[in-house]
Write a protein that binds this ligand. Sequence first.
Ligand code: MGD
Ligand code: MGD
Ligand code: SF4
Ligand code: MO
Length: 703
Amino acid sequence: MAVKKVYTICGMCTGRCPAMAEVEYGRIVNLSGNPHVAAMGNILCPRGLAGKALVEDRHRPRKPMIRQGARGEGKWRFVDWDEALDVVADRLKATIAHHGPRTLALSDRGGPFRDLHRALLRGIGTPNYCNHDASCARNVQHAALSLTGLGRKDVAYDFRHARHVVLQFRNIFESINVPEVTDLLAAMQEGCKLTVIDIRVNISSTKADNFFMVRPGSDYAFNLAVIHELIHQRLYDAPYVERYFKDFDQLERFIQPYSPEWAAAETGVDPERLRAFVRQLAEAAPAVIWHPGWMTARYRTSFYVCRSIYIINALLGTYGAKGGLPLVNKPGDVGRKGLKKFMDLYPAPEEKRADGVGWRYPHFEKGPGLAHLLFKAMETDDPYPVKAYIAYRHDPLMGFPDPDRLKKIFDRLDLLVSVTFSWSDTAWYSDVVLPLSPYLERESIIATKNALQPYFFLRQRAVDPRYDTLADWQIIGGLAKRLGLPELDYERIEDIWRFQLDGTGVTPEDFEATGMVQLAPAAMYRDRDALKFKTPSGKIEIINERLENIGIASLPPYASPPRPPEGTFRLTFGRTAFHTQGHTVTNPVLCELMSHNCLWINAGAARKLGIAEGDMVTVSQNGQSGTICAKVTDGIHPEAVFMCHGFGRRLRVGVQGKVPGLADNRFMKNGMDIWDPAGGAVAYQEHFVTVSKALFMEDPQAG
Ligand SMILES: Nc1nc2c(c(=O)[nH]1)N[C@H]1C(S)=C(S)[C@@H](COP(=O)(O)OP(=O)(O)OC[C@H]3O[C@@H](n4cnc5c(=O)[nH]c(N)nc54)[C@H](O)[C@@H]3O)O[C@H]1N2
Ligand SMILES: Nc1nc2c(c(=O)[nH]1)N[C@H]1C(S)=C(S)[C@@H](COP(=O)(O)OP(=O)(O)OC[C@H]3O[C@@H](n4cnc5c(=O)[nH]c(N)nc54)[C@H](O)[C@@H]3O)O[C@H]1N2
Ligand code: SF4
Ligand SMILES: [Mo]
């Protein structure tokens, strides 16, 4: 039997890399990058390659389940799909009858495949859709919009043609997106310089031309000094600034006090090294990418760090530049019609959002809302009761701070449903678990990639589900039918595709050859001399009137971050190349590569505490404590300790329940109350922990 090539989209993380599965006798024999996408170079990252182990995992949710005992107790009744969907629909109807449609909220993990479930929410009539972004990149998005009116994804980060790339809290070689990594490596082979600004020696920094270790939380000072130097030495792109900046003079005035010498006291960075770095940037401009960051939900002021990054990019003239931040093309920009949307079948709900976005907080973008504020609405019934919640590809009990408090909030719900392909803390705490087929066992709706060369893409089913699981479109359709929205219920995915492609001139068959349909013949760069920004003036606006009008400064003075109180460390975290958040930590292949997290601690600080490499140490904060193995190193700032996120799960469920290591979010007491008022995201790194040599193994996380 010939090996069948199936084009899919990797689902092992949010990168959604174009991938290919080779299938023989109904089994996956190989996984690789989609060979038709140059930047994939046939490559997948370690997690992408472990997709087969996910399919084969006997311990994932295999059949719909309804809770029997108390929430989190782990007593389940296995049911068939009809019963599971009936129960969810009936309980939803009852809750809605009592509180109105707005009482239903759904949160997801963002991404390109959202049209159907967002349409379901609209059809029901609730405004309460949130994605995960309050715990990830919201500050970047809001910072981007505040300066240029362009969102963070309205520009491409053109790594392939860059001559200098700056990564500031962005660890591209471990926190991976394959096309970005291969493009950057290719550019570096052709001489592109790499600068890394971090609080620790991560893998990206080991490949860098310049590495600056900064004091945790002092990045704004570093960036202000860079702006100072660019302006003071006239190293910025003067004709570009003249053409595109509305109010450069305000920046020039504001930046006066922030010299590299001033910044040194805050960041610990030698002023002459900073000056040399700024000269390198100016030499490479405009083919420079100072990446605005991704997981930037870190400090109360992270919004301003992201904003200063975009200001630096603008001063270097990178907006619109090849090798910088050229504007992406949407289908309309290349003379094509976009996909028809299921969401457009219904009017947008007029009801106010429960999280206050758009009315209590008029400066935040409405679309994805802010999930932590949704949870607070659930806690207080303010502005109204939210009593039914669907966690759809989302695990807030792992991804939001202070899970004990969040569990108490969830206890106030009438209905908590999880749609997921793996066990998670949230699924375990749910009333109903609707098990999704892993990505290799399901197809997706069609999505659009806005890019220099935009395209439509979809995921095809590589193998049939081996357990009693369904694809998203089947689960949503099943619920929609029961809730009186039969127009979202389809028997065949091809009919969904046909609906979406209506009027585009593309057919489902067009995806067969490569898994995608290009909408332009080649990458198209817009004219950098004729850019139009989406601000009221059409220019880059240093002073954002909308923010100023509600008392939020566009250029706030620098405020020094607090140093950790004596005997404590700032808790910092990030990713590893071997795992995705909290959902691959039980994948047998990936566990072999990394089975637990450890605590990075500065060698000098460790010595004072009598801690040696490999010792078990106790981490504590606010009545929570747990033990973890110490990694003692000079490669982390003495004020910080660091752990990889996603470990330390403690559930009473088979082999998937117990994951070694510690969960960072437990040491963030009341963390949902600590957030960035200008950018909206949770500020996860405003927490201090004590660390001591462990006297015995503590495991209060059990249960
Ligand atoms: N392998 C892997 N890849 C992933 C993911 C995954 O789970 N696993 N997840 C994807 C997702 S959702 C995201 S959001 C991205 C995240 O991508 P990134 O945001 O790049 O990833 P992180 O590892 O969270 O953090 C990057 C760096 O920030 C540093 N850092 C912490 N505090 C500070 C500080 O105060 N100042 C400075 N300058 N640096 C600091 C950390 O040491 C870390 O090296 O990765 C994506 N790719
Ligand atoms: N303390 C702390 N908190 C953090 C972070 C941190 O480093 N430290 N990182 C933050 C970041 S960057 C992010 S992005 C968030 C991530 O937080 P989440 O979005 O909650 O994390 P994931 O583990 O990616 O996905 C959640 C669940 O969705 C399921 N799932 C995965 N793919 C799919 C799919 O295609 N469909 C469906 N239906 N389900 C799927 C998985 O089984 C998993 O249980 O957490 C944030 N929170
Ligand atoms: S970065 Fe890795 S895990 Fe994420 S989508 Fe790409 S191949 Fe898959
Ligand atoms: Mo993220």
